[in-house]
Design a protein around this ligand. Structure first.
Ligand code: GAL
Length: 377
């Protein structure tokens, strides 16, 4: 009886080991290193593109990849990262939904000596964070505000069109990028707000007042509808809406189409090059998007990751291997203990006549009648 029981136990143990080794919690035994990637959500288009492209690039370089999307849900992302840590990945790449909520989870990464690269969004106060790869997010905000100023001709000396009314639609306060975009925009607009050349009729001016929880299109739509009903229904002209991201612009455009009764087409900005936004550029309902080439960001991340996994410290010298211009900054961002190496790529403005350039990235292609772009993946 005892012998039978022993045999059953041994069998169960073998089964458990087999299951674990096949991917339920143990590093694979193929000798390859494993990179864990945590992206915010599949339904926000850019993260889908980033996640899949990063996966492909790391696999091409001979790494195993565990890729997780967390449905823009903070608890789910914490949970997803805990699973990646339990799986003993060799390195983590995280684009955090809420940078402030990562602290405890990343303590486990630090204990296990799993280095973390913050991808696009910075995570503050965690010693596990070794590097940050992103774009110059302050410049994104500057580009959007500068575009509005130029398009409306606000600072032309002979412009006596009076006061220009604009509204600001910002991102999620939990995302560390969102406040940087805001600062770039508001710093650029401030002289015109001070001189009275620009007004914000809704009175929503601060980052908190203009933020959109979860970066949700629907929330941006409803918020804009409320603003239009409360401040523009009496015939006030809306000259521009500074939307910090395409996912917000799309909601704002819908609100303007249905609820704005002015006779002008307000200037609207965006960011990312989402497919819906690129269609809106062609249709003239969106005026620009700040494009951040996902391939450049992912390729830079692969080089930074490889450097770390080979036991070297990423510094300015590796930027010569990057596919695009990049500023190396080891002063601005820190992990709570020391400054961390940050690699900041350069964003660029794309308008309707610049779509061919996006085709050149290989990520987009023209549809059959050469009118709109679609994704190649
Ligand atoms: C930001 C990111 C933007 C935009 C936004 C919404 O962190 O830098 O490119 O995608 O999130 O997802």
């Amino acid at each position: 009886m005892k012998r039978k029981l022993k045999a059953v136990c041994a069998g169960l143990l073998a089964l458990a080991i087999g299951l674990t080794a096949s991917g339920c919690g143990m590093r694979k035994s193929d000798g390859k290193k494993t990179v864990g990637i945590a992206m915010p959500a599949k339904f926000l288009e850019r993260w889908n593109r980033d996640g899949e492209y990063l996966k492909r690039r790391f696999e091409d370089e001979g790494y195993n990849v565990e890729l997780r999307f967390s449905d823009n849900n903070i608890n789910q992302q914490v949970n997803d990262i805990q699973v990646l840590i339990a799986d003993d990945v060799d390195l983590l790449i995280i684009s955090a939904i809420d940078g402030g909520a990562m602290f405890r989870t990343l303590e486990d990464a630090a204990i296990k000596d799993i280095p973390v690269i913050c991808y696009d969004r910075m995570i503050p106060n965690s010693e596990a964070v070794k590097c940050y790869v992103s774009f110059d997010n302050y410049t994104v905000g500057q580009l959007q505000a500068g575009f509005i100023i130029d398009s409306l001709g606000i600072d032309k000396e002979d412009n006596d069109d009076g006061v220009f009314n604009i509204e600001l639609v910002m991102g999620d306060t939990a995302d560390t990028n969102a406040s940087v975009f805001y600062r770039g925009s508001i710093d650029t607009l401030q002289p015109y707000l001070d001189s009275g050349k620009i007004k914000i009729p809704s009175g929503k001016v601060t980052f908190e007042q203009t933020a959109t929880p979860g970066w949700e299109t629907d929330k941006a739509l409803k918020n804009m509808q409320n603003i239009l009903a409360s401040h523009y229904s009496g015939g006030t002209t809306l000259d521009a809406v500074l939307c910090t991201s395409d996912c917000l612009s799309i909601g704002v455009i819908q609100a303007i189409q249905t609820d704005y009764n002015g006779h002008n087409d307000p200037v609207i900005t965006g960011q990312d090059g989402d497919i819906a936004a690129l269609r809106a550029l062609v249709d003239n309902t969106l005026d620009m998007t700040v494009y951040k080439n996902v391939q450049h960001e992912a390729d830079a991340t692969v080089i930074v990751a490889r450097t770390i996994l080979e036991g070297r410290t990423p510094d300015d010298s590796i930027t010569s291997e990057f596919p695009a211009k990049c500023v190396f900054d080891n002063e601005t961002y820190n992990n709570g203990k020391e400054p961390i190496a940050s690699f900041l790529l350069t964003p660029e403005v794309i308008e309707a006549d610049g779509l061919e350039k996006l085709v050149g990235t290989g990520l987009y292609m023209w549809d059959d009648d050469h009118r709109y772009l679609r994704s190649t993946s």
